[in-house]
Ligand binder design. Structure first.
Ligand SMILES: [Zn+2]
Ligand SMILES: [Zn+2]
Length: 437
């Protein structure tokens, strides 16, 4: 028997953290934060942490990773299993998180020594995607690329007599990133042994988009129309995006869809694109060519300082501007918002989740003095909606499926909808839940 303890991430957006407890092993999947107030952390039981067999990290985003140092503060001395790109992206997320917490008048609940105490093991060094690796007797893992960001993975575990699947954050519709479909495969000795269950016992599946069924293509058609409209009226388009992820996707997309358009990309986003060339194993074959040609494009301007930015904005020609960060908490994102507030012709497009109280959220609600430009929210798909969940449930048939990464009321609606199609054993949980498998 195995228990799932939800320490965060189900019934909410943020602080992904799941603990699976068996007879002998106890593992943790992700350890993130929720970007609200001065930060919300997983519902830790400090007594459990020193005894964890292993910790697994699906990707670098703060809602999956930024509470990891707390494990070392509470006595964990083991390793964090993840991928090389994920580990190398973490330092940027730590410095952003530290700045964010300070800007809200809060304190980090851990110190620099806990960050440097983190020890990593790299999945791709040990085993290739789709193969099984025995970590210890009674604990095997398989991984594959999840298409959500560079280095992001899904994971399967054979823990004692149970087979478990964790999608991480998942998207089949990235323009640049490749995936490994998480098809149903059991370790050979398990599949051949009739005593073991052949079906996956538990799947924890990303359903951040809830009922939304829009495809990437549909979203990008709407985005293209909107951008064309703004540029047509002489306005700049500001796209605040995370340093890694959809920023690079949208930059490549914009270069292809608006081949004559002048684009301003901040250094971090440009660096992210450069970095992608070092991680080609994670890319679709055609993306490698697209990135190479983007890096030589004369359409893109990377400003070196504030004077560069000011002079680019002063020119007559309308710009598409890519800056960090997605929730617009950084001084530079706000600087752009203030500049663009001078005319209603300009537009700001929030392309991801904007947490309560963040600057992006307040702009969307018209609650800041910088609300002079048009501010809209138009998604770029990096998570799963209703149809994707259905496809994943067909691909990985499970006795029990827990949908995560969205408010509980939204998850409840998805489950009611799936029930109409005959899907059973789908659950909507909340932080603090204990779930028997
Ligand atoms: Zn993510
Ligand atoms: Zn996430």
């Amino acid at each position: 028997m195995i228990n799932l303890n939800v320490w965060g991430g189900a019934g909410e957006h943020g602080r992904s953290c799941y603990v699976l407890t068996g007879e002998k092993h106890q593992i943790m999947l992700d350890c993130g934060i929720k970007k609200e107030g001065t930060g919300q952390y997983p519902l830790f039981d400090p007594n459990i942490i020193p005894g964890l067999t292993a910790v697994f990290l699906s990707h670098a985003h703060e809602d999956h990773s930024m509470a990891l140092p707390l494990l070392y503060k509470h006595g964990y001395s083991g390793e964090i299993w993840t991928t090389k790109p994920t580990a190398s992206q973490l330092s940027l997320y730590f410095s952003n998180w530290k700045r964010y917490v300070a800007s809200k008048g809060g304190d980090l609940p851990y110190d620099e020594i806990h960050i440097s105490a983190m020890r990593f093991r790299f999945l791709e060094d040990e085993i290739k995607a789709g193969d099984w690796l025995e970590l210890e007797k009674g604990l095997q893992i398989q991984w594959g690329r999840s298409g959500h960001m560079i280095g992001s993975v899904w994971m399967k575990f054979q823990m004692e007599d149970r087979h478990l699947f964790f999608s991480g954050d998942f998207s089949r519709e990235s323009l640049l990133l490749d995936i490994d479909p998480p098809r149903e495969t059991l370790p050979v000795e398990i599949a051949e042994n009739g005593r073991h269950r052949r079906k996956t016992s538990l799947s924890i599946i990303d359903n951040a988009y809830g009922m939304n069924g829009e495809s990437q293509d549909q979203k990008l058609i709407l985005l293209r129309e909107f951008v064309l409209n703004v540029l047509g009226r002489g306005g700049h388009v500001l796209l605040p995006v995370p340093a890694f992820g959809r920023g690079q996707e949208l930059l490549i997309w914009a270069l292809r869809v608006f081949p004559e358009q002048k684009i301003l990309a901040e250094q971090e986003i440009w660096d992210g694109l450069l970095q992608m060339t070092a991680w080609q194993d994670w890319l679709r074959p055609k993306a490698i060519r697209q990135i190479a040609s983007a890096l030589h494009s004369s359409q893109v301007y990377v400003p070196g300082n504030e004077e560069d930015r000011r002079s680019l904005l002063r020119e007559k020609e309308a710009l598409i501007i890519f800056t960090t960060d997605g929730m617009m908490e950084s001084p530079r994102a706000r600087w752009y918002a203030r500049r663009l507030a001078e005319s209603r012709n300009h537009a700001i497009i929030v392309t991801g989740h904007a947490s309560e109280g963040t600057y992006a959220q307040r702009l969307l609600k018209g609650e800041t003095e910088d609300s002079g430009s048009e501010v809209v929210q138009m998604g770029f798909k990096i998570h799963q909606g209703l149809h994707d969940v259905r496809q994943m449930m067909n691909e990985v048939p499970s006795c029990k499926t827990v949908l995560v990464h969205a408010p509980k009321s939204e998850t409840d609606r998805v489950i009611a909808n799936l029930a109409l199609d005959g899907y059973e054993g789908v659950y909507s949980l909340e932080p603090g839940a204990v779930f028997r498998i």
